[in-house]
Design a protein around this ligand. Sequence first.
Ligand code: GLC
Length: 474
Amino acid sequence: MSTTSFDGTDINSTTHEEETPIAMMDVEDPTSDDNAPPLTLAEQAAAILAANDRGTYTVPAGDLYPHQWLWDSCFTAIGLRHLDVDRAQTELVSLTRGQWSNGMIPNIIFSTDAQYNADRNYWRSWINPNSPDDLTTSGITQPPMLAEAVWQVGQSLSSAERRSWFKFMMPHIIRYHEWLYADRDPHKEGLILLVHPWETGLDNTPPWMTELHEHRMPPWISFVRSTHLEGVIGFFRRDRRSIPPGQRFSTLEILTLFDAQRRLRRKAYDTMKILDHGLFSIEDLSYNCMFIRANARLVDIARTIRHELPKELLANMAKTESSLEQLWDPYAKAYWSRDFVTHKLLKQPSISTLLPLYAGSISKERAAELVRMLENQHVFGPSFPVPSVPLDSPQFDANRYWQGPSWVNTNWLIIDGLRRYGYHDHAAALAESTIDMVDQSGFAEYFNPLTAEPLGAHNFSWTAALIIDLLKTN
Ligand code: GLC
């Protein structure tokens, strides 16, 4: 098993595949054993995390997602801290191995296993001089959950251990947040721009998909559409091997996402070149909400160890909070993402609509507006909330990925936000319905919000980890 120290030394000298824990050798269904007494929900969750453990990091799901993902590892650590706080620390330290020299933390650190050559070659992170020398990563980032995860893991340590944990991780968080301001806020607007839907973590979420379809569809994708080649291409997709088509992206969407990625690769993942060429850039609502919260957590971490954060960073953080208000639409009584270039608000409701609750910086009045949407059973309040797109949106599709299904990680964020604004009963009810949904349907990647039918990958790590956290903290 891996080192438990968080000084990074052991971890840096180890490749992912050198450490294969016993648990992963039998991953068919880690929660079932005919002769044993039935496992509790918490025990099932622990078994899934053990099965998905690759020594220093946890894969989101063995079959479909064989690498390390940024926000997945953060959510995993938040649950793991209740089982084995050393291992939770290792999970987050292993993310820092992928940090680029400019501070960027990539959304994927690729497994070094030979069978994934194609994935690594597709990204080719080595074309950017800031990427690490000893491993391959993606060239884009993901929601900034690291500060929250470091903070939460710290709460499971003694105060002396917590201080050294924070001292070790804080510089990585500072460099990441400084990179976001330097690279992704070129006009000093206070809002971070993203260059690919994968950076939101909500891959096919409506505002991004609408932008892609309406404005950026490259000619060769239109050709695929007009010639009906879609079906042939769909035949070769990895996700389709295990998951029914109606639960994933359409092949056209996938092609569009891959095409957008290829354009970034052609610019060697250099933000300035990407922006110069007028590629995709959106000031994403959910990302900026999570960033506001991450900044607040960074301040908490720094305060705990009496560290003074750089003045410029503090000024930037304050600006992000005030700039979020530019995304408020008084007519719709909602916040939206915004196109970085045109400053047009992208008025497509999605789970992001509710995430200002998690940011924690909005007024009580605005929080109350969001809670009203959550209470409405025709909007965000079906039997198994919270749907990733509201039921009354024409884009709602109960089974399709981030276009309708309920996800445990966004529920966790909303529960936290509800508590912060004093909606303790709402938070407890949502925690309970989330636990019930998983109890009824298993640890799926996502769920049909009307029926709780399990969708996507099985034995999904963040579903397991966050159920452990919800069971412990409710
Ligand atoms: C999908 C999800 C993303 C997640 C990744 C690995 O791409 O949309 O949020 O991080 O899978 O689980």
